[in-house]
Design a protein around this ligand. Sequence first.
Ligand code: ACO
Length: 324
Amino acid sequence: MRRSIVIGCGGYVPERVVTNEELSRTVDTSDEWIVARTGIRERRIAADNELTSDLGTRAADAALRDAGIDAGDIDLIVVATSTPDDTFPATATKIQANLGISGPPAFDIQAVCTGFIYALTTADSLLRAGQGNRALVIGAETFSRIIDWNDRRTCVLFADGAGALVLEAAEQPGDTATDRGILKNCLHADGRYRDLLYVDGGPSSTQTTGHLRMDGRGVFRHAVVNLAKVVQEVMDGTGLAPEDIDWLVPHQANKRIIDGTAKKLGLSTDKVVLTVDHHGNTSAASVPLALAEAAGDGRINRGDLLLLEAMGGGFTWGASLLRW
Ligand code: ACO
């Protein structure tokens, strides 16, 4: 069976660290409030001249180095972002040009915080269908640009960063108990909940970029229910059980949501990759950034079974099960 195997992984966060204490000097909030409700202690914010494509290119470079291949070996580039450099062309094509390559297809996917799971699923499907052998899958965001910095309910949550994986198609025996690579993906969406999390602008509606608006309580309620269902669904029919999971790598929105999902799976906290404390919510970048951190420091190793999950605006939500 042809499967997409992760052969490289990399991340990049901007240099500038903004702590809760620094935020509380300009916004009516406190370190205690933010830590208790979200688990976030600090986040990274891009420099004025740093674009989503710049963060994505740095992460892609790191992933290519980790894989030990050249950009010229890549057959497909998929970028998950809700904060593209421009309305068009796709940020993926800018990253492609930055990497010094031309020819292979490059496009963006927009599923907000679930973007990386959507991008991974898309790249996996194309590789398994024979559309090339190697793909760069990138999540890159500059959410600081669409935040209303006067809205304390949202500005303390979101941040900037990028992460990337290199996938390579390879024949595997077809046994989910031992195969390396992506074993199963599940994607969902429900557009009826648009008003709980959206940006109040866009090229067609207002001809402006707009700002992020959120009903935090509404999102929280749906996130807990949808994520609990999708982590079960992605295991169904694979012959694998929660106790087989080595690492839960969740979207990093809120520590309380992450703890709830881990509890539902019966996983102890030492099997959960947690970066929300120092990355904040980097939307589509959060899962690959967490992977890059945990693979880089030796927690995630070859052969480990990983469950990735995310939920975001739309609503969209999804999960991927893969063996590293
Ligand atoms: N500092 C201090 N007080 C604040 C802040 C802040 N930054 N933000 C809100 N408050 C106040 C509110 O004004 C309110 O005060 P009031 O009672 O006097 O009106 C009080 O705190 C409670 O506000 P709630 O919005 O009800 O707070 P809640 O306990 O729900 O926590 C939070 C808010 C953290 C946003 C929570 O709802 C949450 O995590 N929701 C999930 C949202 C999320 O993660 N979104 C990310 C995108 S989707 C995703 O990635 C899953």
